[in-house]
Design a protein around this ligand. Structure first.
Ligand code: IDP
Ligand code: MG
Length: 203
């Protein structure tokens, strides 16, 4: 098996508080949940992104688009909903394309807060703190599970993206692309966190 990352102790992830998170006053809650687990904020800003900027934030490849269509279909299958009746297609790629368009519209509805997060296993840790993509499936105790119950069963019927408070990089490759896409080198800061000595060093 290929190693997942070279040095998980100084991994970087990219986080966005999405428009619903900003509009619901959850910026502080998201940051606080990341910080309280020992993750370090090394870049932070509020942005009103353009459609083009959000469009090139998300992958364009067919496999990713099909996966996006697939996520909703899993819920439809579970509840015996016919995707064709619900959103006009049985094709995952076609559904994925529709969802991607809704997603780009959603992320440009209001300002977002972009962050670079650093720490031990930062990518997997941030995903764990965020919870499942679909809030209806996210565990209680995760941000998405605690602050939403949205589901493809509601969103796809209305022709909109699932509102799930935050975005978090899924892989080191995604993180690298997203950090470079949203942050200039000089907007990322190196500094020591006082409590890291207590958390990680040999006493
Ligand atoms: P992630 O945000 O957990 O990484 P992705 O699969 O990368 O999940 O999907 C990107 C975003 O697309 C999700 O966060 C959510 O806002 C939206 N989304 C995913 N699946 C659906 C769907 O079936 N209907 C509507 N929106 C969706
Ligand atoms: Mg993703």
């Amino acid at each position: 098996m290929q190693p997942k990352k070279k040095n998980p102790s100084i991994e970087r992830s990219f986080v966005l508080v999405k428009p619903d998170g900003v509009q619901r006053g959850l910026i502080g809650e998201v940051i606080s949940r990341l910080e309280s687990r020992g993750l370090k904020v090394i870049g932070l800003k509020m942005v009103r992104p353009s459609l083009e900027h959000v469009d090139s934030h998300y992958p364009q490849d067919e496999a990713w688009i099909e996966r996006l269509g697939h996520k909703g279909f899993t819920v439809f299958e579970e509840y015996g909903i016919d995707p064709k009746e619900y959103m006009g297609t049985n094709d995952k790629k076609e559904a994925g394309k529709m969802v991607r368009k809704w997603l780009v519209d959603y992320l440009t509805e209001a300002p977002v807060v972009a962050m670079v997060i650093e720490g031990v296993h930062a990518i997997d840790m941030v995903r764990k703190i965020a919870g499942n993509t679909l809030p209806s499936k996210a565990d209680i105790g995760t941000i998405r599970g605690d602050y939403s119950v949205d589901s493809p069963a509601a969103a796809n019927l209305e022709g909109r993206a699932i509102k799930n408070i935050m975005h978090a990089s899924e892989t080191p490759q995604e993180a690298e692309h997203e950090i470079a896409h949203w942050f200039a080198q000089e907007e990322i800061f190196e500094y020591p966190l006082a409590h890291h000595a207590a958390m990680y060093s040999k006493l």
